[in-house]
Ligand binder design. Structure first.
Ligand code: COA
Length: 182
């Protein structure tokens, strides 16, 4: 991984730390639950598919994907991940992505962590624009983005194949208003 400082993030239930291969089994266990899978573009057929993701995450390329683990304070168990992909150093843009295990849904973790990581994207990574693409059916994630100050920019029609089917995604963005004009 090519970052040094973790985002400032304080929450009564969870903390952030770097994601590692040791988290793969716990991550895979909830990513493949239908409730999680249904509204994402993940297409995991086996743990091997997920392990390939770690090859990219361990790259030292400064434009490579970044993913952090969201872990419980009490047990240390992995209950989510969050990070950036599609990082453009030239344009100072990144795309945010996150997921939580259903056991911790509805506890206000997602907006808190999304907000903290977005702030970190601006201040630490120097991004001027953070975008998010979200399946049109993903009402929970849409609400999280709106609560974190992301603005909807439109519908991307048949933007990604999702397990064999072309699907529409909303595109949202949040700008660093200290250095950009909305
Ligand atoms: C997206 C995700 C991280 C959100 O976490 P969460 O804990 O469910 O989020 P929260 O409970 O804090 O917020 C969800 C919001 O959606 C609302 N919501 C929940 N179910 C809803 C539904 N069926 N329809 C409309 N809104 C709904 C909640 O009321 C809440 O809004 P509120 O705080 O204004 O009441 C989590 O659901 C998840 O990991 N999903 C699977 C992976 C995923 O979708 N990742 C994002 C890909 S873009």
């Amino acid at each position: 991984m090519h970052y040094i400082d973790l985002p400032d993030f304080v929450h009564e239930l969870v903390a952030l730390r770097p994601l590692s291969r040791a988290d793969a089994a716990a991550w895979y266990a909830y990513l493949t639950m239908p409730r999680v899978l249904d509204h994402t573009s993940w297409d995991l057929r086996s743990m091997d598919d997920l392990m390939q993701k770690f090859d990219a995450l361990e790259s030292l390329d400064p434009a490579s994907e970044i993913r952090l683990a969201i872990v419980r304070h009490d047990s240390g168990a992995l209950v989510g991940t969050i990070g950036f992909h599609s990082i453009s150093l030239l344009h100072k843009t990144v795309e945010i992505a996150y997921d939580l295990a259903p056991a911790v849904w509805g506890k206000d973790i997602a907006p808190a962590v999304c907000n903290a990581v977005a702030e970190w994207g601006f201040s630490y990574l120097g991004a001027v624009r953070i975008q998010a693409t979200v399946l049109d059916s993903n009402t929970r994630s849409i609400r999280v983005l709106e609560k974190c100050g992301f603005q909807c920019e439109g519908l991307l029609r048949s933007f990604r194949m999702v397990r064999g089917h072309p699907r529409n995604f909303w595109i949202y963005s949040r700008l660093d208003l200290r250095v950009t004009e909305a």
